[in-house]
Design a protein around this ligand. Structure first.
Ligand code: FDA
Length: 307
């Protein structure tokens, strides 16, 4: 019940101002956001790497309103990649990007986002890593998939995300699995209408299993993005049945969520990648994490009240 209300609030400027200024917010945000700057995140990449975990780095931000902000987003990723190169951490960390932060919703946004993301993909390739395009709300996806296809012409390792809650996703999964893409499957984190998305959680889980099967049986590289223990064990079983070796798929979880399970999977020999978000524009990302688990909201409200 609370999830959709929090997701609606994630798009409200008034709520953004309230939440950002509330005492106690910083402490709760720190559970999910690895820091504000490259300097904050580098030691975390190192630490995760020492624990045998891989990383995908997200400079938080979305729904920008000016072209200059889209250039700033591109430059923030280029700075990050430059730093990873200096420190020799390139192969351990890939990048996750939201095309809305690269200008996708502005005038000529499709072309702008492509022009901004291309140098990031090229710079990532130079340090031996790659980029995955996150999936945002359903109105942005045709453009995201077209950009993904375009980038793959020169950089076939470029990945993308698909969301189990959307009716379209099984078809997308079939197309992507056949063309050998790296594909992250997630349940989906946005507030979507019943005309385009499954609303019932158990039905979303069933769709997730069907999609995982398509990806595991296909030609690409499946990335299982979930903290759900049942889906993780189904994923392991589907990989086994498809005859995939441990380096032919991976699991992914978010920074700050189920860390012990992350360690356990890595210790079992699985490739386990931690989606690590950092930056100052954390509001949308943070609110989606609250929406996923009502207990997070309680913790957040309590921390405001006790300050
Ligand atoms: P579910 O929500 O059922 O959670 C299973 C269990 O995990 C919970 O019972 C709880 O223990 C724990 N858990 C889950 N979320 C938690 C939280 N916020 N706080 C504390 N505990 C939590 N979505 C999207 O639309 N586009 C995208 O590009 C991405 N990218 C992405 C990358 C990666 C690596 C992950 C793991 C997830 C995403 N997501 C995403 C988010 C995704 O759509 C989904 O909202 C979350 O992963 C939560 O769904 P689960 O599969 O974890 O199951």
């Amino acid at each position: 019940m609370l999830g959709p209300v929090i997701l609606a609030a994630s798009r409200s400027d008034k709520m953004r101002r309230f939440v950002s200024a509330a005492p106690g917010t910083k402490q709760v945000v720190a559970r999910f956001i690895a820091g504000e700057s490259v300097d904050d995140v580098v030691p975390i990449v190192r630490e995760l790497s020492e624990r045998g975990l891989e990383v995908t780095l997200d400079v938080v931000g979305e729904d920008i309103t000016t072209v200059e902000q889209s250039y700033a987003a591109r430059d923030a990723y280029l700075e990050l990649i430059g730093r990873l190169k200096e420190l020799g951490l390139g192969e351990r960390a890939e990048m996750s990007v939201k095309l809305s932060m690269f200008g996708q919703s502005l005038e000529n946004g499709h072309e702008l986002a492509l022009a901004n993301v291309r140098p990031v993909v090229e710079a990532a390739a130079e340090i031996g890593t790659t980029v995955t395009l996150d999936a945002e709300d359903h109105t942005t996806l045709d453009s995201m998939f077209a950009i993904h296809e375009e980038l793959r012409k020169t950089h076939p390792q470029t990945g993308c995300v698909i969301q189990a809650y959307l009716f379209r996703t099984e078809d997308d999964a079939r197309r992507l699995a056949a063309n050998g893409s790296r594909v992250r499957i997630v349940k989906g984190a946005y507030k979507e209408p019943a005309s385009v998305a499954i609303q019932d959680k158990p039905e979303i889980d069933k769709a997730y299993v069907r999609i995982m099967k398509i990806l595991m049986d296909g030609e690409g590289y499946p990335m299982i993005g979930s903290h759900d223990p049942r889906l993780i064990s189904v994923g392991q079983e589907l990989a086994r049945r498809a005859g995939r070796k441990l380096d032919e798929y991976e699991f992914q979880m978010l920074y700050g969520i189920r860390s012990e399970e992350q360690n356990r999977l890595a210790a079992e020999g699985h490739r386990m990648r931690v989606y690590t978000a950092y930056g100052t524009d954390w509001y949308g990302y943070f609110m989606r994490r609250l929406a996923e688990k009502p207990a997070n909201l309680l913790f957040f409200v309590r921390s405001i009240l006790t300050k």
